[in-house]
Design a binder for this molecule. Structure first.
Ligand SMILES: [Zn+2]
Length: 170
């Protein structure tokens, strides 16, 4: 088990649509363990494979950040099936540290995917869990929460990050 480095805004993997997993090998379980440990160490409530530089459709979520092991969710090849309602809350990202903004998300979602053995699973979530499903699936589609902000807020964050990069502070 090893902690992986989380790549940040500007890394090409974060703009890449991740590819479907077809072979559910033991390597995948090892990778998933690393992702979970990296998420907990950050700490964060979710992590997508491209945040550690791998462009495979795999994500982990735990809105209790390890407090309740039963809440750990691991999904390969997730697909958004249904969504309902609205919520507006402040959202951040381990790949955009130090920046946050209010993002509109559905209040409830239903997601289909596969577990680490390749078995089909369907899950539902409300509140923070619904937000995490949306945020991580966005990652796997090559999209960051920053792109869902209003244009002014989005440009402000991008300007600040460009300055941080120039100053070697990113
Ligand atoms: Zn994120």
């Amino acid at each position: 088990m090893a902690l992986r480095t989380i790549v940040k805004f500007g890394a090409v993997e974060l703009d890449t649509r991740c590819t479907e997993i077809e072979d559910f090998t033991p390597d995948l379980e090892e990778l998933t363990r690393d992702m979970v440990q990296t998420m907990y160490a950050a700490p964060g409530v979710g992590l997508a494979a491209n945040q550690i530089g791998l462009t495979t459709r795999l994500m982990v979520i735990d809105i209790t950040v390890g407090e309740d092991p039963k809440q750990l969710i691991i999904i390969a090849n997730p697909v958004m099936l249904e969504m309902e309602g609205d919520q507006r809350e402040e959202e951040g990202c381990l790949s955009v540290p130090g920046h946050a903004g209010v993002v509109q998300r559905p209040a409830w979602v239903k997601v289909r995917g596969q577990d680490i053995k390749g078995k089909e699973v369907t899950m539902e979530g409300t509140g923070l869990l619904a937000r995490a499903f949306c945020h991580e699936i966005d990652h796997l589609d090559g999209k960051l929460f920053v792109e869902r902000l209003g244009v002014l807020k989005r440009d402000l964050i991008k300007r600040k990050i460009r300055k941080q990069i120039r100053q070697g502070d990113w």
